[in-house]
Structures are given as structure tokens and as C-alpha cells.
Write a protein that binds this ligand. Structure first.
Ligand code: AMP
Ligand code: ZN
Length: 115
């Protein structure tokens, strides 16, 4: 856990969030500024600042994070129509919160990816 990290504070319950899924290793909650009808963030309970910080030792937890992301999308009834997942990384990736998170966006056609 990182003291100054917003998402670590959400994990610790110090800042409220609208949780949709939680287990020992990951937490999913609604984005505070949704960019689609459904916009959920899935985060590991381990503090990694960015995707650039993960190492081969993190493979198992990363695999779990991605598998649970698919599970959460199915829970939110996005599985059939589909959805978009995004990980923004560092400055050029437009990352604002430096605790790795997977965006799940869905609930309407999102069109082709634009950058
Ligand atoms: P990123 O640009 O990938 O770092 O995205 C950070 C996301 O976190 C943005 O979509 C924000 O709307 C979202 N966000 C920031 N603060 C909160 C919060 N307290 N609860 C839920 N989502 C948040
Ligand atoms: Zn953190």
C-alpha cells in the first residue's frame, strides 16, 4: 500500500467507492466520471504504480486481474454485446491515477478505437 495513493485509500476504505466486485486480490468499482453507460475500474490490491512496473514475478496476479476483469464484465451483463478494456500507462498513455487499473467500458457501441 502507498500512503498517498488514491486507489490504495479506496482499498483501505478510507475513501468511498461504489464497489461491484471484491476478492482477496482485486477490487472493482464504478469510475467517478463515467465515459460510457458502464464504466468500471478493476485494480489489484497490490500497489503497482503503472504497467511499466510489473515484473515476471507478478504474472500470477496479473493473470488473475485480467481473468477477474472478464468475470466482472460478465457480472455487469456486458459479455454478450462486448466492451472495451483500457490500461493507460504513464504520461503518453494519459494515466492520471498511479495505481494500475483496467478500465471496463460498455453499454453502448464504442466504435473503432481512436487515439
Ligand atoms: P487513468 O487516466 O487511466 O489514470 O484513469 C483514472 C480514472 O480514475 C479516471 O477515469 C477517473 O475518473 C477515475 N477516478 C478518479 N478518482 C476516482 C474515485 N475517487 N473513484 C472512482 N474513480 C475515480
Ligand atoms: Zn495504490
Amino acid at each position: 500500500m502507498a500512503d498517498s495513493c488514491l486507489f490504495c485509500k479506496i482499498i483501505q476504505g478510507k475513501i468511498p467507492a461504489q464497489k461491484v466486485y471484491e476478492d482477496e486480490h482485486v477490487l472493482a468499482f464504478h469510475d467517478i466520471h463515467p465515459q460510457a453507460p458502464t464504466h468500471v475500474l478493476v485494480i489489484p490490491k497490490t500497489h503497482w504504480a503503472t504497467l511499466d512496473d510489473v515484473t515476471p514475478d507478478d504474472k500470477n496476479l496479473l493473470g488473475h486481474l485480467l481473468e477477474r476483469t472478464a468475470h466482472v464484465a460478465r457480472m455487469l451483463a456486458l459479455g454478450n454485446a462486448g466492451y472495451r478494456t483500457i490500461i493507460n500507462t504513464k504520461s503518453h498513455g494519459g494515466q492520471e491515477v498511479f495505481h494500475i487499473h483496467i478500465h471496463i467500458l460498455g453499454g453502448r457501441p464504442l466504435g473503432r478505437m481512436v487515439v
